[in-house]
Design a protein around this ligand. Structure first.
Ligand code: GLP
Length: 241
C-alpha cells in the first residue's frame, strides 16, 4: 500500500485525476469503479474539465458504481444514480448506457446483487476502483461487521452512517435504512484501488485502516492486503498517522 499526503482537497483531486486520466489513456475502454459522497466531487470536476479541454475521452469508458440506497428510485434527488449524473456523467462525453449503478428498487435485491457481480465480471473486472471512506471505516456501504462480506449484498446501515448521510436528506428519518453495495470481494478484485480521504473528520478512520489490524470492524483495513492500493489524503485526514 502507498500513502500520499497532499496539502488540501484540491491537490488530492488533481493527483487522483492524473491517475484516472492515465488509466483512460492506457485503456480507452477501461472499467472504472466509481464512488459517491462529497469527497470525490472535486475529482469529478477535474475530470470534467480535462474532458472539456480534450485531454481525456470517456466515449468508450465503462463504469460501475459502488452502491445505491434500497428503495430510492434512480430519479430521486438523493439517489446515487442521480448524484452520478449530476456530478459527473452529465458533464463528460460518456455513453450513459455504459454507466452502471446498483438497482435499489428491484423486486429481488439478492438476485440484483448477484447480477451486479456477474455484470462486473462479464465486463472483465474493474481496472481502477475509486473509494471514499466513512467515519467508521466503511467502504462502499460495507459497514463494520464481524466478518468481511465478499459478494455484492444488501446492507443495513449503521446509525453513524445514517447520521453522516442525513445532510443530503431533509432529515435523518428520510435516510433509507438499507443499501445495496459492491462487496469487499468486488473491491479487492479491482486491479488497482485509489482511496481518497479529506478533512480531519476522516483521520481516525484512516489511522485505524492503515495502522490497526486487518479487521472487519474497520472495513477499509482489508485494503492493506491488496497488491495495488494508494491512499490519497489531505493533511487533515493524515493528521493521526
Ligand atoms: C457514503 C458512500 C461511501 C462514501 C461515504 C463517505 O456512505 N456510500 O462510498 O465513501 O459516504 O462520504 P463522504 O465522502 O461524503 O464523506
Amino acid at each position: 500500500m502507498q500513502v500520499f499526503v497532499y496539502k488540501n482537497a484540491e491537490e488530492v483531486a488533481r493527483a487522483a485525476a492524473t491517475v484516472f486520466a492515465a488509466e483512460i489513456f492506457k485503456k480507452p475502454d477501461c472499467v472504472l469503479g466509481l464512488a459517491t459522497g462529497s469527497t470525490p466531487v472535486p475529482l469529478y470536476k477535474e475530470l470534467a474539465r480535462m474532458n472539456h479541454e480534450g485531454l481525456i475521452d470517456f466515449s468508450r469508458v465503462r463504469t460501475y458504481n459502488l452502491d445505491e440506497y434500497v428503495g430510492l428510485d434512480p430519479a430521486h434527488v438523493c439517489s446515487y444514480r442521480r448524484f452520478m449524473n449530476e456530478n459527473l456523467f452529465d458533464h463528460i462525453n460518456i455513453d450513459k448506457a455504459n454507466t452502471h449503478v446498483p438497482c435499489g428498487i428491484g423486486a429481488d435485491h439478492e438476485a440484483d446483487a448477484k447480477a451486479y457481480d456477474a455484470a462486473v465480471e462479464a465486463a472483465g473486472g474493474i481496472d481502477l476502483q475509486l473509494l471514499g471512506i466513512g467515519h467508521n471505516g466503511h467502504i462502499g456501504f460495507n459497514e463494520p461487521n464481524d466478518v468481511f462480506v465478499y459478494p455484492t449484498n444488501v446492507i443495513t446501515l449503521t446509525q453513524s452512517t445514517i447520521d453522516a448521510n442525513a445532510r443530503f436528506f431533509d432529515s435523518a428519518d428520510d435516510v433509507p435504512r438499507q443499501a445495496i453495495s459492491l462487496g469487499v470481494g468486488g473491491i479487492m478484485n479491482a486491479r488497482r484501488v485509489v482511496l481518497l480521504a479529506t478533512g480531519e473528520g476522516k483521520a481516525k478512520a484512516i489511522r485505524d485502516s492503515i495502522k490497526g489490524n486487518i479487521d472487519p470492524k474497520v472495513p477499509a483495513s482489508i485494503l492493506r492486503a491488496h497488491q495495488n492500493v494508494q491512499f490519497f489524503l489531505d493533511e487533515g485526514a493524515a493528521s493521526l498517522l
